[in-house]
Design a protein around this ligand. Sequence first.
Ligand SMILES: [Zn+2]
Length: 394
Amino acid sequence: MFIALDANNERVSLLHYSEYDIVSCYSPPFYCPSCRQPLILKKGTVRRWHFAHQELSSCPSQTEPETAEHLAGKAKLYSWLKQQGLSPVVEAAIPSINRTADVLVSVHSQTYAFEFQCASIPLEEMRQRTNDYLSLNIYPVWLFSANRIRPRKQGYFSIRAFEWTALQERLHDYRHALLYFSPISSTFSFLFPRIVLSPSRIFADFYSLPASQTTFNMITDLPLTMDGTSPWKPEWLRLKKEWRFGLNKWQNERDRAYVRQIFAKQRSDLPFFPAEAGWPSLFMEYFKSPAYIWQSWLLLVVIQPLQLGQTFLLTDILPVIQPLITKGIFPIRELPLVKEPLSKALTQYLYVLAFFGVVEKSDSGCWSKIRNIELPLSLEQGFYLDKKCVKCIM
Ligand SMILES: [Zn+2]
């Protein structure tokens, strides 16, 4: 911690004064602004000077000892925000939700809580903290430590379940990203997921920018991006093949059992899912089910029964799928910083179907069915149609 209260209840900030000034102007005891317990001034040579609790257990605002990285990150973010001409507050206590934001800053009439997250935390804790801020109309900006970027081979990354909660969107083009910060190199990084290969593995576009070239708007509205190449296509075909063979790395079984009944009514089964299902689409991360499951559902339940040329709206689909989500048949990821993620995920898949010539969007926003869906009659036919489809998309 950089902030303490002295015996006169005066706020002592280690970020505002030199170490010399601190020693000459202030003397112990120091107290925690949040829990009022005594703090020790740690005059570190490796870690920056900081305050620490003698015992952490009962402080609501700090449950684990602070690492050098967390201290350095807070200090760097604080000074970066000042360089942007803003008036940040470090370790801002927000008593009504019993939280302390790493750095709080207001721009125009919006308040932002910058949280520099180095350690893994439980998904529930991450959700709670995000929702606490949102309940006060404070927008949380989650910056993960750059050490949390886990690249696999080129373009592929590992993602932990709790990290998805931080997914931030850009409103005008549906792109969304996770944000990272390195206090050592003073660099912001942005991971824009493009496809979700498995619950913990994504293909993403990755950008890094020195803090000196990063503006506040790039953090809240994300920097402009260009889609790179799509080296994942052959891998995606392999994945579809695995699905047709019944191999599945996804845990949930309820979604498959449910969709299987729908196939059974057509005297078919999951391995013979339509070739137009099971494709990457933006916001597919909203669904925890594999793409071929929820997309097959949409094709067979919503689109197949329509006559050719018959129109439908997104708002016709929502009341049909929502109960399945509520019942947990289609499990989803909560993305609290994304507005209407379900509508977006469905719309983006409809655009993929438009590529395949299954539906068409009119200027009025109505969708219409323009081609019938066929279920492959053999696995070979399924593989063949998948290959035909992959040439149409992106
Ligand atoms: Zn405390």
